[in-house]
Write a protein that binds this ligand. Sequence first.
Ligand code: MG
Ligand code: MG
Length: 263
Amino acid sequence: MKIFLKTEEEIELMRAANLMVGSTLAEIGKAIKPGVTTRQLDKIADTYIRDNGAVPTFKGFPNPCGGEAFPASICTSVNDEVVHGLPTDCPLQEGDIVSVDCGVLLNGWNGDSCYTFSVGEISAEVAQLLKTTKEALYRGIEMALPGRRIGDIGNAVQEHCEAQGYGVVREFVGHGIGQKMHEDPPVPNYGRSGNGPQIKSGMCIAIEPMITMGNPKIYLSDDRWTVRTRDGKPAAHFEHTIAIHQGRVDILSSFKEIEKNEK
Ligand code: MG
Ligand code: MG
């Protein structure tokens, strides 16, 4: 395992990339309403990212499962779709949820963040899933202090979600991030405290709980990208890229603009 530690200067470059992801997600959030298609959201993202001098890293990303390279600039995962959903011409409907995962490359450095949006009014049950998944993300982030271990992050996420009867997806995990979108170490959303690589100053990681309303078992769709829950129940996905430096956790991506628009 090769973990690249970043300098203060490099962390600032990563912040710029991640803030651009945050503002891209906010642009998408403004457009989300019943009747809009995820392909339209993809177009908004692609235009916004390129207009701001960055490159959408997901487009053309090689398929680890042997299918076509990723054809879009964002992943849009609706309801029972967990991750890596392909944008389609199917209109979103009132009561749906859609996880929008976005990655950009800016000046050679990567940003990566995901937010699960509500389409119109959603049920109280699904709203609780979203709230818990976002809380779990921050529980994990709080654990990412120098001297702690990667397992402490996963343990915090897992305990928070399983206490409410939700499922934690095992097959997909968070990751180190830097000049490559996926670097060491893997950052699972489950695990035991005190296990895994030690967290060190200069580490940049993406923490991204993928949490299911029911059973955490998943399957890969025929398109070789879209991952769905086997039981057909909804799943939520929130992701921040963070840096550990100056003795603390620094969240490089941002939900501020998104949350401002949600109110
Ligand atoms: Mg992501
Ligand atoms: Mg990621």
